[in-house]
Ligand binder design. Structure first.
Ligand SMILES: Cc1cc2nc3c(=O)[nH]c(=O)nc-3n(C[C@H](O)[C@H](O)[C@H](O)COP(=O)(O)O)c2cc1C
Length: 210
């Protein structure tokens, strides 16, 4: 892991030493095709934006980013689409304490582009909320697969992440480099336990609060 700039001990201390334990345990979403149906668990009646032209596209293995995406869905009334890896990540794949685990190998390999199983339809969406966990200070390589597969020209990408402690700035720079024809907003790291408050503040900051 020599090429990685992130100091692993810090997030291991903050997030625990196993990737199999989620910070939160969200209820399993209902899935219809590629679109994940929302769960009516959060009262956001005063903050709903009702922007039908937006979609939340997220990648999540242990549920943290998914739980944030579900809250964001309720605040913004966006559609919700999960990035499904063609080869799902096992607990072993995510064991970052093992230098040779799949996730670490991918993050160490600038050319790694894990395949996405589902087709993602961007037609008609002007705003794309893009959610992912931080892996070694950056977005997982599958996010680069997404950005290189689809045409984001003219769209607004609003990136959010979950992590043990790392921020999103390196991932935002990566997204800006990948998608030069899109507008990339300020990104944010969201604590799943404080998602409504933090997401609402972020949406206001980036001017997507309706
Ligand atoms: C391979 C791997 C690398 C990680 N690297 C970081 C990191 O650099 N910084 C950090 O704060 N957390 C790191 N984490 C912790 C995840 O970002 C965190 O657990 C995240 O919330 C997981 O999201 P998910 O439940 O949606 O998959 C890493 C986790 C894995 C599996």
């Amino acid at each position: 892991m020599k090429s990685m700039k992130y100091s692993m001990p810090l997030f291991m201390m903050l997030s625990g030493c196993t990737t199999t334990t989620s910070m939160v345990s969200p209820p399993a979403p209902l899935t219809t095709g590629n679109v994940v149906e929302p769960l009516p668990t959060v009262d956001t009646s005063e903050t709903t934006v009702n922007d039908q032209a937006s979609v939340i596209i997220y990648f999540s293995n242990t549920g943290n980013t998914e739980s944030v995406a579900l809250v964001l869905q309720q605040i913004t009334d966006s559609d919700l689409v999960e990035i499904q890896p063609l080869q799902p990540y096992t607990n072993e794949d995510l064991d970052y304490t093992n230098d040779d685990c799949r996730a670490n190998r991918e993050q160490n390999d600038e050319s790694a582009r894990p395949q996405i199983a589902n087709t993602i339809d961007l037609d008609g969406y002007t705003t794309i909320y893009l959610g992912f966990p931080i892996w070694w200070g950056n977005a997982p390589r599958i996010i680069q697969t997404l950005l290189e597969t689809y045409d984001f020209s003219g769209k607004t990408i609003a990136p959010f992440c979950t992590s043990g402690s790392s921020g999103i700035s390196q991932a935002v720079r990566m997204i800006e480099t990948e998608v030069t024809e899109a507008i990339v907003t300020e990104g944010t790291r969201i604590d799943p336990d404080n998602a409504i408050t933090e997401l609402t503040q972020w949406l206001e900051t980036i001017g997507l609060d309706g």
